[in-house]
Design a protein around this ligand. Structure first.
Ligand code: IMP
Length: 178
């Protein structure tokens, strides 16, 4: 990475925490009475979001992770999603919530959902912290969204730019200075 950039705050840590409290209530209502909810984080961008979300959930939960290849370079034309790290647990017949950082073109979450549905969970819902609807290439809508944002490149709160800035406590917009 060689280009210089600055980061302008877009969504504060406080606003994220407040939104997660609201989302947790909606999720609790949806999965009320569940024996145990399997919360699946898509690595790596969702790791902070899933950590904060599960701590707000007043439900029995199990946490698992799935890593899929991000699109780009050679994958650009096929938009294929490859599984880099599979789940440890079983999801057949179980209640599942898939947690993603951003829905951009929609390919990652729509393909991942198809992949997980093939394992026949009892119920599968998706949540993404951020949504960029203007970038969508496939007809995909997460069941819950934290914030809808414009077509800007963002970092922080688990989200990176070339493996930088994941540890910012807020969501920031990348602005190139050269
Ligand atoms: P989609 O398949 O285009 O929806 O891809 C979603 C993935 O692209 C996210 O999980 C992120 O890894 C990445 N991504 C999309 N927009 C951004 C961004 O603004 N900053 C960092 N990563 C992003």
């Amino acid at each position: 990475m060689s280009r210089l950039y600055v980061i302008d705050e877009m969504i504060s840590a406080k606003a994220i925490a407040a939104r997660i409290e609201e989302l947790a209530k909606l999720i609790e209502a949806e999965y009320e009475g569940t024996e145990k909810l399997v919360v699946i984080g898509l690595l790596r961008g969702s790791f902070i979001f899933i950590a904060d979300l599960v701590r707000e959930l007043d439900l029995p939960v199990e946490v698992d992770f799935l890593e899929v290849s991000s699109y780009g370079d050679a994958m650009e034309s096929s938009r294929e999603v490859r599984i880099l790290k599979d789940l440890r647990g079983q999801i057949e017949g179980r209640d599942v919530l898939v947690v993603e950082d951003i829905v951009d073109t929609g390919h990652t979450l729509s393909r991942t959902t198809e992949y997980l549905l093939a394992r026949h969970p009892a119920k599968l819902k998706t949540i993404a912290l951020l949504d960029k609807p203007s970038r969508r290439e496939v007809d995909f809508k997460a069941d819950w969204i934290g914030f809808e944002i414009p077509d800007e490149f963002v970092v922080g709160y688990g989200i990176d730019y070339a493996q930088h800035n994941r540890n910012l406590p807020y969501i920031g917009k990348v602005r190139f200075t050269e």
